[in-house]
Structures are given as C-alpha cells and as structure tokens.
Design a protein around this ligand. Structure first.
Ligand code: PLP
Length: 376
C-alpha cells in the first residue's frame, strides 16, 4: 500500500513513444545531423526533465527551452548536452548562461554586448546564435540586417557565433508557398556563413520536418512531433518511412459516482443540458481546474468500457457528468479515459482541440501541467 494520497486523475507518459518519435524524426536528417528537442512548456506538458532524459537516452544531445530559468532547471537536474534559450533573458541573470553552459539565441547587439561584458569579467567565452525574422514578426532582426549584426557581434570579446535561427509561420501547411519563400530568404541571408563548418543555420520546426524536408539541413528543432502529433492535426502527416509518430500522453480518471435521472432533468450549473430520456450518468472528478477546458461542456466525449460517453451540461471546476445510458455495467471506480486509448477507441489531443476550438499544443500543456504525471 502506497503511503501517498494521490489524485484519481492521472497523466501517464509513454517514454518509449517519446524515444520512438525522436528516432523517427532524427532519421529525416542527414548523417551527423542534429535534432533539437523542444522541451519548453514543461515539454508540452510531458515533463521537461523526464522527457529530456528520455530523449537523451535515445541519442538527443541538444535541447531547447523558452526561458533562461527553464534552462537552469534542466541543467540543475543533471541534463547534459547543449541547451538553447530561445527567448531573451533579463540582464541581471546573464551570468547563468556561463555558470550553466547554456546557449543564448539573441536578436540584438545589445544582448550580445551584455554577454560580452560578463564573458570578459569571468574570463570566459560563449557561443551564441543570432535570430532573424523570416515572417513571424516575433523575435529576430530583419534578414538584410543579419550580416551587419554578425560582424558587430564577432568583434565583441568573448563571443563566438554558433549559428543563425529563424522560425516558419506556415510550415504546418504542406502547400504553403510562404514556407518556400521564407526558406529562400533564410538561405540567402545565411549564405555568408556557408564555409564555416561548425556553424548551424536552422529554421525547421515539426511542420517543416514533416512537410518540407528540403529545409532541414544539418539541424532541425522538433516540438509537437516529438510528442506524437502533427502541427496541422493531420494524422497522415505523422507517417514517416512507413512508421507513424505515437502520441505519448494519456489522461484517465476513475468514476466517482453513478446515478440515473428522469427525462427532462437539467444537468449541472444553469441546466444548459436537459435530458430527453431517462439517463444514466457517471460523475467524474475532472474539471477545468485540471486543465480540461470548460468549453467542452456538452461537446466533449470520454471513453468508458471502450465506448464513447458524451459530456452532458457544464463542466465544473472539479467535476463533470457523462452519459453512460448506452454502456452496460458501468460501476463506481471504473476507468474513464479523457485522452488516449481504451479498448479499440482513441481520443486524441487533436480531437479535444477540435471540440475546444484550439490546437493540440494547448491541450497537451493544459492537461499535462495541471495533473500528476507518471512515466511508463
Ligand atoms: C516551439 C518552437 C519550435 C517547435 O515548434 P513545433 O511546431 O512544436 O515543432 C521550434 N522553434 C522555436 C523557435 C519554437 O519556439
């Protein structure tokens, strides 16, 4: 008997699926190519440290996070390899790049100057990557300013340029002309670095890895595909060399109560749903507090005994009700699967995202980061 009081709601992460996905995506790169594993957002809800360890075991030696604090946590947890910090950093924390051997991605000369000052003070040096904006209008300098920035940065003491980074806004769409145009701009902008063997210019995300392999070069950054999904919610995009990516996250709970209500009974707050027949309900201890979106009220489905049970009425903070009238023999304590497979039925993060009007990324982050995780 465990001496821990745990929630009934459990995320389980299939680390074998993470490793399978890593190997499959890595196989898209040329010999010696490096696949960066994006583990921001607590690895899209899969657990940053545990996921990074799983990818490391599968051969991954380069990781990416958004914030400096995440990189520090990853290093402190003992993860080796190169760790990219994709978003900027508060100046007062710049020293952590040196103490924790993290790789900055910078969008301004100012940021490089700050790092150079620290490098000089610490008698150290650092390799950084420059970011250019090829259509996101997010981070990065304009492509035509890259060369000038590079020349200025290279004159700073203690600073080396390791590469150039950009990001595609449209690579999830396999027909987007924009992706080819952005890649042409990117390649042209980086061409002055072509002779440097240890400089990496990288722009490819999951969409590009799946749909535009010609944009990969020797370095690509995978996020959502590592977790088993295509960015466009298209299952056919997850097929690589006869094998498919495997979703790694499952979310399940136990039925808390079973009851029968008469036809014409209102369910949950506001009675937004009223039964049209005598209805058997299962009460689940899952709500929006657990990251299960309230907008799935009377829209979502869960799996019980391998069959689909629709959610009836509004989802509460910690509770929701599902219709089990057509499912035989359901009892308190039986498993209900909100995400993943039970029997022959599966609910994917893409299904939940479609009901909720969002993308799998958000569903994975919300469920994964609001529930206890176990790794199997
Ligand atoms: C999140 C992110 C990625 C990974 O994107 P996916 O669509 O999940 O593959 C790659 N590069 C940058 C800069 C990112 O922020």
């Amino acid at each position: 008997m465990e001496n821990l009081c745990r929630s009934s709601n459990r995320i389980s992460i299939d680390t074998g699926a993470l490793q399978h996905n890593y190997r499959l995506l890595q196989s898209r790169l040329p010999e010696g190519g490096r696949l960066l594993a994006m583990v921001k957002g607590d690895a899209y809800g899969h657990g940053m440290v545990e996921s990074a360890r799983a990818f490391y075991e599968a051969g991954c030696r380069v990781f990416g996070v958004a914030e400096l604090s995440e990189g520090v946590a990853l290093r402190d947890a003992g993860v080796a390899g190169e760790i990219f910090i994709m978003v900027g950093f508060p100046p007062e924390y710049g020293k952590f790049f040196f103490s924790h051997r993290l790789t900055p991605v910078i969008s301004s000369l100012h940021a490089a100057q700050l790092l150079s000052e620290i490098a000089v003070a610490e008698q150290d040096e650092i390799t950084l990557h420059l970011k250019i904006d090829c259509g996101m209008s997010r981070l990065g300098v304009e492509p035509q300013k890259l060369r000038e920035l590079a020349e200025q940065v290279e004159q700073l003491p203690g600073i080396k340029i390791g590469g150039v980074v950009s990001h595609f806004p449209f690579a999830d769409d396999e027909n987007s002309p924009h992706t080819r145009q952005a890649f042409a701009v990117f390649s042209e902008s980086c061409s002055f670095l072509a002779e440097r063997v240890d400089t990496f210019c990288h722009i490819a995300n999951s969409g590009a890895i799946l749909n535009f392999p010609e944009t990969l070069g020797r370095f690509a950054r995978a996020g959502i595909a590592l977790y088993g999904y295509s960015p466009a919610a298209k299952k056919e995009q997850t097929l690589i060399a006869g094998e498919t990516l495997r979703p790694a996250m499952r979310y399940a709970t136990r039925i808390f109560m079973v009851k029968t209500v008469a036809a014409g009974t209102g369910i949950s707050y506001g009675h937004s749903y009223v039964t049209t027949r005598e209805t058997r309900l299962a009460v689940l201890p899952v709500g929006y507090e657990d990251g299960y979106p309230r907008c799935l009220s009377s829209r979502g489905e869960v799996l019980i005994h391998g069959q689909r049970a629709p959610i009836l009425g509004r989802i509460c903070m910690n509770i929701c009700m599902v219709d089990i009238t057509d499912i035989d023999g359901v009892a308190v304590g039986d498993e209900a699967v909100l995400l993943g497979t039970q029997g022959t039925e599966t609910i994917t993060a893409d299904d939940i995202a479609a009901w909720a009007g969002t993308i799998s990324y958000e569903i994975l982050c919300m469920l994964g980061n609001n529930n206890e995780r176990t790794f199997v």
